[in-house]
Each structure stands twice: as C-alpha cells, then as structure tokens.
Design a binder for this molecule. Structure first.
Ligand code: FUC
Length: 759
C-alpha cells in the first residue's frame, strides 16, 4: 500500500472535517433589478425559474425545457414560457402588465431585506420586515416531483392579502378555477425572428408543440377565490404555490416527437405535489439534490469578504484587485448547482442559457451550438462527480442521429452524419456546416465512458454514433498526392476563410478515430473497421508549426489575407475567441506536454498570443487550456479576468467576458457555458487523467498553493480522488474505486503505481 494513503483514523478525521458544509450562499440586499444580471435561477432539469425576490410584486419568470419551436430541418428556437405574478396589498390592485417590478420593488425595499440562494440546499429565500411583520419566502425546484414550489409566510396571522396571476408568452388561454390557474396553448405559427434564421416572418415549421401550465394556490389561514382570470387571497398567513408545466414533446422520432398524453401529466403532477404539501416536497427535494451536490467539496482558503453581498464581493475584486478565494469556490460549486438544476436523467441537455430564457428571440436561439458551446456545458459533469447529469446530452445525441443521417445524405451526399453550427430539439440545424462538430459531440460521449467505465452505455449510445460519424469521415477525407488524408473545405469555427485541412477538423478526426479504435477493442467488435481506422489515422495530415512558433489554425500559414483583414489572421495580433486549433490540447488528447512537447509548445505560443481577455466562454476555455499546459499561474490569471464584474446588459463578443451580480457568466450576454467551463477549469488545475494516469495538482497556482483540499473529484477509469495540499505539495491523497485496482498516479513530481481502495 502506498505510504501516502492515510490510515483509517486520519481519513475519518479528514472526512469529518470535509463533511461540514461550507457556506455556499449567494447573498443580496435588494430585489433583482435585472433578469440577466441579478435574478437568481432555480431549476429541476425540466423547469427553470428566475426569481427577483420582489417585496410588493414578486415575479416568477419560468421556463419549460421542451418549449421549442423548430423541426427536423431548422433549429428553431427555445422559448420563454411565462410568469407567475404574486402581488401584495396595494400592488394587487394593478393589472400584471402594468407592473414593472424592477423599479416598483426597488423603491419599496424595507431595511434588513435579504435575498439568498443556498447552494447546499438549492433553496432560494427572501426575508424582510415590513410594517412590523416578518416575512419569509422560499422557493425550490423539485426533480422527483417535477414541480416548483414557492412559499410566502408572515409571522402575523392573516397578514397576506393580494393576488396571483399567470401570464404566458404565446397567446395561451388562461383560466382561473377554484384555487388553480391554468394556461393552455400551441406554438403553431411562431417563428424565430433573431439572426441567421432560414425562416421569414409568416413561415411555419413542420412541427408545432402544444403546452400547458398550472399554478395551484394553497392557503393556511384566510381565503382564496377566483376574480376574473386571477386568484385573490385574503388574510392568509402562509401562501404556497405549486407550479407545473409541460408540452406534448416526446423524445422519439418514431412517434413524430409528440404524445398528447403528456399534457395530462402536467395536471397530475400538480395535483400529486399539492396533495403532499410543502414539508414533504422540501424533504424529498433536499434528499434528491444533496445526494448529488454533496459529493464534492473544495477548500481554496477563506475570505474576509465572505459575509458581504455577492455583488459587493465582485465589486471589491474589480476595484481593488483583491482576491476572494471563497468566491472562487462558490463559483465552482455554482457551476455544479447549475448543472444539477438544468440537466437530470430524463430531461433535455442544457442549452446556451441552461434552461433559463426570458424571451422568444433569445441570443442565438438559446440553442445547442455545436462548435464549442454544448460541449463546454458538459465538461464538468463527470469530473465533478455528476455523471448522471450527462445523460440528457447522450439521449439528445441518440434521438437526433437519424435526422442527421438523412440531412447529411440529402445535403452533402455522404454516409454517416454531420452537424451545422446551430441545432435544436428535433435535430434540425441552421447556419454553416461545421464538419468536425459531430466528432466533438462524440468526444464528450466517449469521455463519459472513460470516466464511468459503463460498457452498456458505450455499446448502446456512444459507439454506434461514433461508427456513423467515422463513416462520414471515411467517405469525406481527401487523399493528397503524397498519400496524406485531409478534411474537405470547412470553416474554422467562426474565423477566417474556409479551407481544406483546417486544424479543427484534422484534430477531431484524429480524436474520433483514436476513440473508436479503443472502443471497438473494449467491446470486442469490428476488427476490420479497427484496422481501417488505424491505417487511416496514421495518414492524417498532422498538426503543423508556423513561422512564429505557433500551431497553425489553417492548413497553410495564411499570407494572403482577405481585404481589410490584414494582420488579423494567424499573426500574434489575432485575438479570436475560438482557438479551434488547440482542441487537441484540451479537451482532446492529441497534444500534450508529456507526449508531444513540441506541439504543446506551439499550442502555448498560439494561446499566449490570443491574450488573456475575451468573451466569457472563451475565457473559461483558456483556463482549461493553460491548465493542460500545466501553467497554474497563467490559468489563475485567466480566472481573475473571468471575475470581471459586468454591470450592464450589453452585448460584446470580443473582450467583455465576466460575471454578472448573480454569478451567471456574461459572454456578454448571459451564456451558461462560461459557468460550466470555469468549474471544469478548476478541476483541470487540480486533477488531470486524460493520459491514462492520475496527475494530482498538475497546475496549482501560487495563490492556491499555501493549503487547500478537494474531495470527490472523479478521474477516468472510475476513480474518486480526495486530497489535501500544503506549500504547493500534495500532503495526503486517497483514490477509491468500486473494485480496488492498480492505477498510475503522478504526485509531487513522481509517477507511481498504487492500488486504489474499495469505495
Ligand atoms: C459561439 C461563439 C459566439 C456565441 C455563440 C453562441 O459560436 O462564437 O460568440 O457565443 O457561440
């Protein structure tokens, strides 16, 4: 046994220290004045809500994940569902449409107001004292019950009088009956009016989903009654709302993607949850959520600022440059919170805004972007011990394979399948072809197998899709005069002219072939295909180093720039956000310091030239890239850029990346991939396992070196890793797995073979 593996007594002590939950709370002293910058998200994968915590007028803006327009030929767009308005006292006299909560509530904020999101419990709460009455309000989204629950309480009996209304974004019929509000409607006739759509106003999609939502208003004390299309409550002490919503979407092409029975379940879920009541729902929610969230703890040090409001902490970092290590930890765990809240088994994958979206023309349709964004959403799932959260992504890929095969045959006349840059719920795509993107989806997919070792999943989900995309590339690769294989003309994501042999595609084909060869061995199938892929992989045009030591993004070093573009492509002044030629370094495994040091150095030159400031998701990507180059200090320098406090709601795709007050990542605008990319980046700094060894602290920055600990991270091969460090060195570590087995561990500069412990 390795001497660094601690005796049991020490481990018990370490676990008991780690078991005390850290304070992981986002705190504010005002209601949210902006949906994007300040409202706080809750979600259960199926439903999401952004909460403003209003005092007299409370707005619950909510989403249902399958509320999509689009079809098998066009991306369409994710849609906003609607709002629940809860208005108290005089505010209840106003019609919902006239209420502007951002201004109405801020001016009325009582002193002592608190608004919090507790990540340890996934519960949102608001507290304040008004006219001598103490108010407490809580909200959570339950995955097991598939509803969201909201509770308003006052310590003075009968103190709550007001109204509840339901509004919708698509001309639904709204009815109030008894204590229940119901919205029913259809998405027929709605099209996306944002940019790069194939559709013109008035066009329709081949599919149109129907939808429904219900809000049940439950009272303790006082009365509730229907008044027009709203419900009024009078002299209530505790008001509980149960919100259920859904569409007739079913993730099955053979059923035409629809099943009308799904709409009845909206009512059934509301009734079942209402019958159980707040306490039972909350207890069930905590058990469900904490089972996942509690698996990982991280300690990067304490901050004097931890008791301040979250916006004050961001402000302090921006103005003084002072670090706030507990905020770094909070943001890490926020990424895990967001993943659990937006991606659970049986749900759809997290889109560009997770599941949170308040408009029907959201930026980039709130879609599944495949040239980096959806992939980035799933970077933290396995390594942060949330493998279950990966399942929606795998299921979505599975569900659209046939659609993609048909589109690829029809539009490109090739076998297998490929994606365009934008894609939607039903597999319809829009914008440019992005030929390497499908291989990237499958890199995530195969990596999920590498983490979990789940051969059933590999056999049924990842491997069949990998074979199909291999078929596309076997037909599409071009043989050069010297025998090398080159990918056809394509776009290096969102950058420069289209060319054959771009690094992005060459590297993704290398990755796909490598993984498919491995997978066929694991499953003991397809020896001929394996031999063919092995031979073709050896002939793939390799990555090339350019005149200033950089890795080439295009096949040739571009010297003839298009007019007006001089000096911007493939020069040290090119700051483009995508860095698509570095995917072999991260998240791929073609380029590494250990195995291809010259290419790794060229990747470093390229990455360095792109600079430290970019959009939110690109900044997060750079953390991971610097971590793979084992430069912890540079990775942390990028983290400090991500803590740029963004206080407006403008767009900036060049250098505006940062965080809003609610810790959602600002691309800008809000785009959730930056949150997930950051969480993955912190892991990549602490633990790497892509080269079939577990490397502890591969990129520990000086600012984290003094002491710290992490427990529950996952390494490929099904291992769980706990460790502590001091003065930049690992002091204790423990590696466990379902079955004890030999594993290579690189620790404090030494590579050792150890045996994992039974988990
Ligand atoms: C990528 C980026 C854009 C934007 C879009 C949603 O393609 O290049 O900046 O974030 O995704």
């Amino acid at each position: 046994m390795d001497q660094r593996i601690l005796p049991l007594a020490a481990l018990l002590l370490m676990n008991s220290v780690m078991a005390a939950p850290a304070d992981l709370t986002l705190r504010y002293d005002q209601p949210a004045a902006s949906w994007m910058r300040e409202a706080l998200p809750i979600g259960n994968g199926y439903l999401g809500a952004m909460l403003i915590g209003g005092v007299d007028t409370d707005q619950i803006q909510f989403n249902e994940e399958s509320l999509w327009i689009g079809d098998e030929s066009d991306t369409g767009s994710y849609q906003a569902f609607g709002d629940v308005w809860v208005r108290f006292g005089a505010a209840a006299a106003q019609p919902a449409a006239a209420v502007k909560p951002a201004t109405a509530t801020v001016s009325a904020t009582p002193p002592g107001y608190r608004r919090e999101l507790d990540l340890n419990r996934a519960v949102h709460s608001v507290g304040f004292v008004q006219a001598g009455v103490t108010h407490r309000r809580e909200a959570f989204a339950s995955y097991p019950a598939r509803v969201m629950a909201f509770r308003y309480t006052a310590d003075k009996p009968g103190a709550l009088t007001g109204s509840v209304e339901l509004t919708d974004s698509h001309k639904a019929v709204i009815r109030a009956a008894g204590d229940t509000l119901t919205a029913t409607g259809s998405l027929a006739g709605f099209t996306y009016r944002g940019g790069s759509s194939k559709k013109k106003p008035g066009d329709s999609y081949a599919l149109a989903l129907s939808y429904a939502a219900q809000v049940r208003v439950l009272n303790e004390g006082g009365t509730v009654a229907v008044q027009g299309d709203r419900i009024v409550f009078t002299n209530v002490t505790t008001l509980t709302l149960i919100l259920s919503a859904g569409t007739d979407f079913v993730q099955d092409r053979t059923q035409g993607w629809k099943d009308v029975a799904k709409l009845d379940q909206v009512v059934a879920r509301q009734q079942a949850a209402s019958a159980r009541g707040w306490d039972a729902l909350l207890a069930e929610h905590l058990g469900d959520y904490q089972k996942l969230f509690g698996r990982v703890s991280l300690d990067l040090g304490t901050s004097p600022a931890a008791a301040l409001t979250t916006n004050a902490r961001l402000q302090a970092i921006s103005t003084t440059g002072q670090r706030d290590p507990q905020l770094e930890t909070l943001l890490f765990q926020f990424g895990r919170y967001l993943l659990i809240s937006s991606s659970r088994p049986g749900t759809l994958p997290a889109n560009l805004q997770g599941k949170w979206c308040n408009t029907n023309n959201s930026p980039w349709r709130s879609d599944y972007h495949t040239n980096v964004n959806i992939q980035m959403n799933y970077w933290p799932s396995d390594v942060t011990n949330l493998s279950e959260c990966f399942q929606p992504y795998a299921d979505w890929i599975q569900s659209i394979r046939e659609v993609r095969v048909t589109a690829t045959r029809t539009e490109l006349n090739k076998a297998g399948w490929a994606m365009r840059g934008e894609s939607g719920l039903f597999g319809g795509c829009s914008w440019e072809w992005q030929l390497g993107a499908a291989a990237w989806l499958l890199q995530n997919s195969y990596d999920h197998y590498r983490f979990t070792g789940n051969k059933d999943y590999l056999r049924t989900h990842a491997y069949p899709a990998m074979k199909e995309v291999c078929a596309f590339w076997i037909e599409s690769l071009i043989t050069e005069a010297d025998g090398s294989l080159v990918t056809p003309v394509d776009f290096s994501p969102e950058h420069g002219p289209k060319q054959a042999g771009i690094a992005f595609n060459q590297q993704w084909v290398w990755d796909l072939f490598t993984s498919t060869i491995e997978a066929s061995e694991v499953l003991g199938v397809d020896p001929e295909l394996r031999a063919q892929l092995t031979a073709m992989k050896a002939r793939l045009l390799p990555p090339k180093i350019g005149s200033w030591g950089q890795l080439l993004e295009w096949r040739d070093e571009l010297t003839n720039q298009p007019a007006g573009k001089e000096g911007t492509l493939d020069t040290p002044s090119d700051k483009h956000r995508h860095m698509s030629h570095l995917i072999g370094l991260f998240p791929g495994r073609q380029i590494s310091l250990q195995q291809t040091p010259q290419l790794a150095e060229a990747a470093r030159v390229s990455l360095d030239a792109r600079g430290d400031v970019s959009t939110g998701w690109s900044t997060a990507k750079k953390i991971n890239l610097w971590a793979r180059l084992q430069d912890g200090d540079h990775a942390h320098k990028i983290i400090s850029k991500l803590f740029n406090f963004v206080t407006d709601t403008g767009f900036n795709y060049v250098d505006g990346g940062g965080l809003y007050a609610n810790l959602l990542d600002a691309a800008p605008p809000f785009q959730i991939d930056g949150n997930f990319g950051y969480t993955a980046g912190v892991c990549e700094m602490l633990l790497q396992s892509h080269l079939d060894e577990i490397h502890l602290l591969p990129a520990l920055p000086k600012v984290w070196a003094a002491s710290g600990s992490v427990s529950g991270l996952k390494a490929r091969g099904g291992f769980t890793v706990d460790m502590q460090w001091a003065d930049g060195k690992v002091t204790t570590y423990r590696i466990t797995s379902a079955v004890p087995q030999a594993v290579l561990v690189r620790v404090n500069g030494e590579l050792k073979k150890v045996r994992s412990e039974q988990r």
